[in-house]
Design a protein around this ligand. Structure first.
Ligand SMILES: NC(=O)c1ccc[n+]([C@@H]2O[C@H](COP(=O)([O-])OP(=O)(O)OC[C@H]3O[C@@H](n4cnc5c(N)ncnc54)[C@H](OP(=O)(O)O)[C@@H]3O)[C@@H](O)[C@H]2O)c1
Length: 295
């Protein structure tokens, strides 16, 4: 049995489709099974939450492989970014050790580091540490910016494009190597299929797409795909952070974008390996423009 967390997310959805097609027995730890869509009748469901460790114990019964994708880039009413990414992963690892799990696959992020300026990438670093310090056979996967047509950022930038210019916080020069969620799912399948391979177990894979793009270039690619080419203007950090924090205070959880999310556009998410580590898993990542149909 394989336990998948985050099965309803951008990476989890294509991964679950592949696991079901390959007839891998899967249990999904979910908050709301309806969000699994049609796949919910083909998997076991464990109701749970990243902030509810007892739900991990039930979910892990009889599980040999854990693929832990669930995480969050904004605070939730039940827990902070630090709890949802760092502490939850540490608790999941402990529960997996107690349950006798044989292989723990963790989706971290490029740029994760204890001194990163963003709360999310600091929490991811703690989570990675919990995984690598454990006695479990583990594989850490660190992707750059992951995208899919119509995803959260595409929707947000599409909405902003209703205005004559699209504002982006900070210098918009930070670079990422966007990788399609379907390519990430293929890499994860390759890892799940080869757990005993010593090159795969206890490895850290950095997954990057073939283009190195600034945040502004990512925005232009999304705008072109939406047929709404607009100028992208850089909003100084001190203005963007204050404006977004005021918006958060007023709109609470309904705010379309938080400062913690916007700040992620200002940090580098690149790998010196480029696409090599995805290719080592047998996956050739596609160009963003090709996936979005603008190449
Ligand atoms: N997207 C990127 O650019 C990117 C880049 C690098 C690394 N990553 C990492 O890759 C992983 C997957 O990313 P993604 O883009 O697929 O994320 P996503 O689309 O935002 O999905 C997040 C998943 O986590 C679940 N989740 C959130 N809060 C939860 C909670 N309190 N309890 C239980 N489940 C919860 C969500 O379930 P619900 O359906 O209930 O909301 C959803 O399935 C994450 O760990 C993320 O940090 C993402």
């Amino acid at each position: 049995m394989l336990l998948l967390t985050g099965a309803t997310g951008m990476v989890g959805t294509p991964l679950l489709r592949r696991l079901v097609a390959a007839r891998v027995p899967v249990r999904c730890l979910v908050r709301d099974p309806k969000r699994l869509g049609p796949e919910r009748v083909r998997v076991q469901i464990a109701l749970g939450d990243l902030t509810d460790p007892p739900s991990f114990r039930n979910a892990l019964r009889g599980v040999k492989t854990v693929v832990h994708l669930a995480g969050a880039i904004r605070d939730q009413s039940v827990g902070s970014i630090e709890e949802l990414n760092g502490i939850a992963t540490w608790r999941m690892v402990q529960a997996a050790e107690r349950a006798g799990v044989e292989h723990f696959v963790y989706l971290s992020a490029l740029g994760a580091g204890s001194h990163n300026r963003t709360r999310y990438l600091r929490a991811k670093a703690l989570a990675e540490q919990a995984v690598t310090d454990s006695g479990l056979r583990h594989t850490v996967v660190a992707p750059s910016l992951v995208y899919a047509p119509g995803d959260y950022w595409a929707t947000l930038i599409g909405r902003l494009a209703l205005a004559p210019v699209v504002p982006l916080p900070g210098g918009s020069h930070s670079r990422s190597q966007p990788i399609w969620s379907e390519d990430v799912a293929d890499c994860l399948m390759a890892i799940i299929r080869a757990p005993a391979d010593p090159d795969v177990a206890s490895a850290r894979y950095e997954l990057a797409g073939p283009d190195t793009l600034s945040s502004a270039e990512v925005a232009h690619t999304i705008l072109r795909a939406a047929g709404r080419e607009r100028a992208v203007v850089s909003v100084p950090t001190f203005i963007a952070s204050r404006a977004l924090r005021v918006a958060e205070a007023l709109a609470k959880s309904r705010t379309p974008v938080t400062w913690d999310e916007a700040e992620l556009l200002q940090v580098a998410m690149t790998s010196r390996h480029g696409t090599a580590q995805a290719e080592a898993l047998g996956v050739v990542p596609q160009r963003m423009a090709a996936v979005l149909g603008t190449a």
